[in-house]
Each structure stands twice: as structure tokens, then as C-alpha cells.
Design a protein around this ligand. Structure first.
Ligand SMILES: Cc1cc2nc3c(=O)[nH]c(=O)nc-3n(C[C@H](O)[C@H](O)[C@H](O)COP(=O)(O)OP(=O)(O)OC[C@H]3O[C@@H](n4cnc5c(N)ncnc54)[C@H](O)[C@@H]3O)c2cc1C
Length: 306
């Protein structure tokens, strides 16, 4: 009996979790790893909130996930997919798990991942107990991150580019309860970061250079889903470019979908941060990867009798 063949696009937590399930279910599985093998967790240090894993760094966790997938026969190909239609013609089913990249400013922040710089307050706030930290951004998620940081940090300063925030009025009102813990600097752009770790920030405050001491720096200026190559594929995306699965659409009142992780294209499933702009955690990406693998396996069984 010939095995079904599945391609998984992305080697982050969602893609590798899916691969562990499909290859263990004896489906011939190929993971296309893309430009960032292991995904976003390879940018961080210790992971404290992934259940069952204690004392491991992000890169170590992703090496373990990769080994677990290859142990069951997953074939990892270090290539980037640019044409979904071609991929689809070569496999019985495809799972899209390309993640989303945090927006960056290009002021040298790349050097400081895990050294005082992060784009995930939910993940890393607890590492900043008693520290003075800065949050770049003026949207809802920046306020969300700033308030989350107050639980741990000594003080939080928000750097807002303009004279007002993009955040909703309700979120801005929330700041009133944090007057002692959160300061907002208006018309302020981050220009450079100094130190071995984040130690000092060079700011442009309404045209005037200012240097401030900092012990942590968080960006909350949005994410870009890695779905650019799907533009010509007919896979339905939302306005921000995130993939719309049947589950996402059923939330709008159409009832429970038959294949919650399937896109509008039969046999093409999606999981992880390229679908999810709300939770963005390794644990939730893994959960979605497993759901996509189980949907793909059952869908294949229902379509092709081999
Ligand atoms: C600094 C930082 C710290 C974090 N800390 C934590 C934490 O402590 N705990 C936690 O739960 N979460 C944490 N997160 C969030 C977590 O990393 C993400 O939610 C999770 O990695 C999402 O998994 P994913 O598989 O959906 O996508 P990603 O991890 O983004 O992986 C996407 C994969 O797709 C590949 N890819 C993209 N495009 C293509 C293509 N065209 N062809 C082939 N491959 C492609 C990439 O190379 C990559 O391998 C952190 C994130 C960051 C940035």
C-alpha cells in the first residue's frame, strides 16, 4: 500500500508538532524548514511557560522537537516554498505553518534578542523583575504589554511615535490606573541601542536627542504573517494577511466546521502564528499543529483509499 504524502511548510512549533503526528501515523512527511529552521523560539533564551519543559532554551526545545519528528521518519528539507500550487501538485495534502515575524525597526535590535530585547511580553515579562523597561508602540498590544510588564518591572516607559496613540479609547483609559507605573513619552523614536546587553537607549524626542538608561526593551509594533507567497494561490487571507481556516470562519456564525484547520482549498490546512493573531504562543501553535495533522490524516483517509 502506498503511503499518503504530506508537505508541511515551516519548521517552528506548529510545523514540527504536525510532523510528529503525521509521520507517526505513517504518512510520508516532508517539512520545508524555510529561512528560520526551528522558528521564532530560536531567537530566545530560557522557555519558562511551555508545559513539561523546565530549564531548556528555545533553540534546545526546537532541536528536541526536530529530533522527535525525524525519529518517526519526517524528512526535513532546508528550502523555502514560493509556489503553493506546485507543492500541492506533488503532495496529497499540505499543512501551512509559516508563522509570523514581529515587526522590527532596524536600529540594531537584532543583536539584543535574549539580551534585554524581546517582542513577546507574555513570554518574557517575568524575566524583568524590578527592572526599568521600555515598550515601543502605541497600539492596543503596546498597552497590553506595558500593563503586563508592570506586574514585574519597577517602571515601564512607553515610547510613542506621534502625539497620540493608535490604541482604542478603552485601552488608553486603562493607562489611567497605571499612572505611577507607566510613563508615556510622546513624539519619541528609538534611534539606537547601546551596551553588551540593553543598557542605554538613544531616543529622538521631538527632534532632540536624549539618552536614557534601560534594562529591558520590548517592541509591540505588530507582526507580519509569512503568507506573502500565497497571494497568487487562492488561499483565503484576512485583511492583515493571516490565513482564514474553516474554524476562523465558523466563529463568524456558520456553526462548527467539518475540517476546522482546513483553508478554503481542499487538502490545504493551516496552523500556528500564520493563522493566529491573538495568542501567539509556542503551546498554542503546537496545539494547532496537532489539530491540523489530525484533520489532514482523517481527510486523507476520507478522500483517498490506498
Ligand atoms: C523573542 C520571542 C520569545 C518568545 N518566547 C516564547 C515563550 O517563552 N513561550 C512561548 O510559548 N512562546 C514564545 N514566543 C512565541 C513563539 O515563538 C511563537 O508563538 C511560535 O514560535 C509560533 O510557532 P509557529 O510554528 O506558528 O511559527 P514560527 O515559530 O514563526 O515558525 C515559522 C516557520 O516557518 C518557516 N517558514 C516561513 N515561511 C516559509 C516558506 N515560505 N517556506 C518554508 N518555510 C517557511 C520559518 O523558517 C519557520 O521555521 C516567543 C517569540 C519571540 C519572538
Amino acid at each position: 500500500m502506498n503511503k499518503h504524502k504530506v508537505a508541511i511548510v515551516g519548521s517552528g512549533p506548529a510545523g514540527l508538532a504536525a510532523a510528529i503526528y503525521t509521520s507517526r501515523a505513517e504518512i510520508e512527511t516532508t517539512v520545508y524548514a524555510g529561512e528560520e529552521p526551528g522558528g521564532q523560539l530560536t531567537k530566545t533564551t530560557e522557555i519558562e511557560n511551555y508545559p513539561g519543559v523546565v530549564g531548556k532554551t528555545g533553540p534546545e526545545l526546537m532541536v528536541t522537537m526536530t529530533q522527535q519528528a525525524t525519529k518517526f521518519g519526517t524528512n526535513i528539507v532546508y528550502e523555502t516554498i514560493r509556489d503553493l500550487n506546485k507543492l500541492k501538485s506533488e503532495y496529497d495534502a499540505v499543512i501551512l505553518a509559516m508563522g509570523a515575524s514581529p515587526r522590527l525597526l532596524g536600529v540594531g535590535e537584532d543583536k539584543y534578542w535574549g539580551k534585554g530585547f524581546s517582542t513577546c511580553a507574555v513570554c518574557d515579562a517575568a524575566f524583568y523583575k524590578g527592572k526599568n523597561v521600555y515598550v515601543v508602540g502605541g497600539g492596543d498590544s503596546a498597552i497590553e504589554d506595558a500593563t503586563a510588564l508592570t506586574k514585574f518591572a519597577n517602571h515601564v516607559t512607553m515610547l510613542v511615535r506621534g502625539e497620540q496613540m493608535r490604541a482604542s479609547v478603552a485601552m488608553q483609559k486603562r493607562l489611567d490606573s497605571y499612572k505611577d507605573q507607566i510613563t508615556v513619552m510622546w513624539k519619541t523614536n528609538l534611534v539606537a541601542i547601546k551596551g553588551e546587553r540593553v543598557e542605554k537607549l538613544v531616543l529622538d524626542v521631538d527632534g532632540v536627542e536624549q539618552r536614557v538608561m534601560a534594562e529591558g526593551l520590548f517592541f509591540a509594533i505588530g507582526h507580519i504573517p509569512a503568507t506573502g507567497f500565497l497571494k497568487n494561490s487562492k488561499v483565503e487571507l484576512d485583511i492583515e494577511g493571516y490565513i482564514l481556516t474553516q474554524a476562523a470562519k465558523s466563529l463568524n456564525g456558520d456553526g462548527m466546521a467539518e475540517w476546522p484547520t482546513m483553508t478554503n482549498i481542499p487538502g490545504v490546512f493551516a496552523a500556528g502564528d500564520c493563522v493566529d493573531h491573538r495568542y501567539r504562543q509556542a503551546g498554542t501553535a503546537v496545539g494547532m499543529g496537532i489539530q491540523a495533522a489530525l484533520d489532514a490524516e482523517r481527510w486523507l483517509a476520507s478522500q483517498f483509499v490506498r
